[in-house]
Design a protein around this ligand. Structure first.
Ligand code: TYM
Length: 342
């Protein structure tokens, strides 16, 4: 009897320099997940088109940067499928089909759409349809592979819920076409906050770079950014985890816990009586050590573009093989004729 592992799908969009939030929220778990799941790790370049307006060459670069980070995080192309979304045309094909099963009103309810729509400061008329339809492409990414689990940060939870609803709707009409996926969200580290505004998520697209630790930041930037991170004025100062009362300190604690792989409870014991300034020094030191190791490995992979392209090519072939099965199934049910089978 062949025992199959559950299928796991995750992705990052190459829409900017990756952040410590991306790493802590998802990518740091990817390597160990390879032992328990059949993993697919996708560079979601089509998603990035909703953000990038100008220059196709920078997207090209960001795709290879992102791929290098996947490898640097310990994703092994012999164990997992690593691929670029636009290389697997089935994503776009299923995307359209799922558009036909999605409701305008449910898309309008997506928090990320509402936030981006307000922050872009654009009039309703000029908002791109892609910004609204974006979660449907995400649903296509996930459902194509009969995914069981999707590790994501807190901000993507609502999109996974939407994916489940679309999948249930299609299954109700046409039988069991899609596996209903579940999100994997960790208790701590699933929402790393901005350093200067700890009530807001750390984000690649933040125009204030002081809010964000990028995975390629050097020691000096890491030091300055964490040194200036907002804490609180509780007297006497005390380190504990309470997102509402102490958002800044709680955020730094979650960061420290993630980069040291230590439980928050254990850290709190170690940090008893420690002043905020000393605490920040510890966080700086540990973030630097973690990122320094990651960066060494990253630069090693990034220097070999032909290797990266080979990984992407091989991954796309494997992903196409898997995704064609789901697509053929839904084509059959809808009465479409899959071209390969004529
Ligand atoms: P993206 O590129 O914005 O983020 C990639 C992953 O990082 C997580 N994340 C965070 N986690 C903790 N704290 C933060 N501050 C933080 N910022 C980002 C995100 O939750 C995400 O898991 N649409 C997705 C990419 C995508 C995808 C998919 C994900 C496309 N298709 C299918 C899962 C399944 C996105 O823009 O993620």
């Amino acid at each position: 009897m062949i025992l199959t592992k559950p299928i796991l799908f995750s992705a990052v969009q190459p829409s900017g320099n990756l952040t410590l939030g991306n790493y802590i929220g998802t990518m740091r778990h990817w390597s160990s997940m390879q032992n328990n799941y059949d993993c697919l790790y996708c560079v979601a370049d089509l998603h990035a088109l909703t953000n990038i307006k100008k220059n196709i060459f920078s997207l090209n670069k960001l795709i290879l940067d992102t791929l290098s980070f996947y490898l640097a995080c310990g994703v092994d192309p012999n164990k997992s499928i690593i691929f670029v979304q636009s290389h697997v045309y089935q994503h776009s094909q299923l995307n359209w089909i799922l558009n036909c099963f999605s409701e305008f009103s449910e898309l309008l309810r997506m928090t990320q759409f509402k936030t981006k729509r307000c922050s872009n400061n654009t009039s309703v008329k000029s908002i791109k349809a892609a910004l609204l339809n974006y979660p449907i492409l995400m649903a296509a990414d996930i459902l194509l592979y009969q995914t069981n689990f999707v590790p994501v940060g807190e901000d993507q939870k609502q999109h996974i819920e939407l994916t489940r609803n679309i999948a249930r709707r299609v299954n109700y009409l046409y039988g069991n076409i899609f596996t209903i996926p579940e999100s994997l969200i960790t208790q701590y580290g699933s929402k790393i906050m901005s350093l200067l505004e700890p009530e807001k998520k750390m984000s690649k697209s933040d125009i204030n770079h002081k809010n964000v630790i990028y995975l390629l930041d050097d020691m000096y930037s890491i030091m300055l950014k964490i040194k200036n991170a907002v804490t609180d004025s509780e007297i006497p100062s005390k380190i504990y985890h309470d997102i509402n009362k102490k958002p800044g300190i709680s955020n730094l604690l979650e960061i420290l816990s993630a980069v040291t792989n230590k439980d928050i409870k254990i850290l709190l014991k170690e940090l008893e009586g420690v002043m905020y300034s000393e605490f920040k020094k510890i966080v700086i030191d540990c973030v630097y050590k973690c990122l320094n190791n990651l960066q060494k490995s990253y630069y090693n992979y990034r220097s070999d573009e032909s290797y990266l392209k080979k990984i992407a090519y091989d991954g796309a072939i494997k992903a196409q093989l898997k995704s064609k099965k789901t697509l053929k199934n839904i084509y059959d049910k809808l009465g479409l004729i899959a071209f390969e089978y004529i």
